[in-house]
Design a protein around this ligand. Structure first.
Ligand code: FES
Length: 232
């Protein structure tokens, strides 16, 4: 359906707060006239954050009405992406990445740790409403695998012991620090930033050779040079 204007939707007992209505209206302006439905993901995100982390049928219908879309089209988006929840979730949504790089680095052990420590299975929520456990596909932080997303934050370079400590702190109501749990900065090598600061030792020149041959890791040669002086 071609959308020609923005209007606040109406549905059941869900409606954007004044602030979110402004954010939604601003998101719609990012798209050309008649293409406002492209803002559906932004509006679903706003609705989910306002609705305790999940999209109720009323919230989906509200977004559909706002963007003049058929509710089923909005539901298709909400049910396709793992970032949207179409069922209630706990206060801490624990998403264990299970795709190959994380799996090779022990993701299955992380899921087992969550199961054991939280006493719930995949897709379940603890009785006190504090934790929901799910597995998801690649979170896009493979260089720091294995990775778990809790809420909006990533916890990287995990081991069962490190994750167990994080869950324990969350249970105790403590703040936890996002990012690498081994202390490395961003995705730098485990041993620190040495690539550009330490040169490999060169082997001594072989008899009959004035200069040692190139070593693996040496700077790449510019290649052959033509008589005119230009690269071949
Ligand atoms: S495979 Fe886990 S972040 Fe990419």
């Amino acid at each position: 359906m071609k959308v020609t204007s923005y209007r606040a939707g109406e549905a059941g007992d869900f409606a954007f707060t004044e602030d979110n209505a402004k954010r939604a209206a601003a998101a719609v302006t990012h798209y050309p006239e008649g293409r406002q439905a492209s803002a559906v993901m932004a509006l679903l995100d706003l609705a989910q954050r306002q609705n305790d982390g999940w999209l109720s049928p009323e919230a989906i219908e509200y977004v559909a009405n706002t963007l003049e879309m058929a509710p089923i089209r909005v539901y298709e988006v909400a049910s396709f992406y793992s970032m949207y929840n179409t069922k209630p979730v706990g206060r801490h949504l624990v998403q264990v990445c299970r795709t190959t790089p994380c799996w090779l680095r022990g993701a299955a052990g992380l899921t087992d740790t969550c199961r054991d420590q939280l006493g719930i299975g995949l897709g379940e929520t603890t009785g006190d409403g504090q934790f929901t456990l799910v597995e998801v596909e690649c979170l896009g932080a493979c260089a720091n695998a294995p990775v778990v997303q809790i809420g909006d934050d990533y916890y990287e370079d995990l081991s069962p012991e490190r994750l167990s400590a994080l869950l324990g702190d969350l249970k105790a109501g403590k703040e936890i620090a996002a990012g690498s749990q081994t202390g490395r900065q961003s995705s730098m090598p485990d041993g620190g930033a040495v690539t550009l600061t330490e040169l490999p030792e060169r082997a001594p020149a072989e008899p009959g050779r004035a200069v040692p041959g190139p070593e693996f890791g040496d700077p790449v040669s510019p290649g052959p040079v033509s008589p005119s002086g230009e690269g071949a």
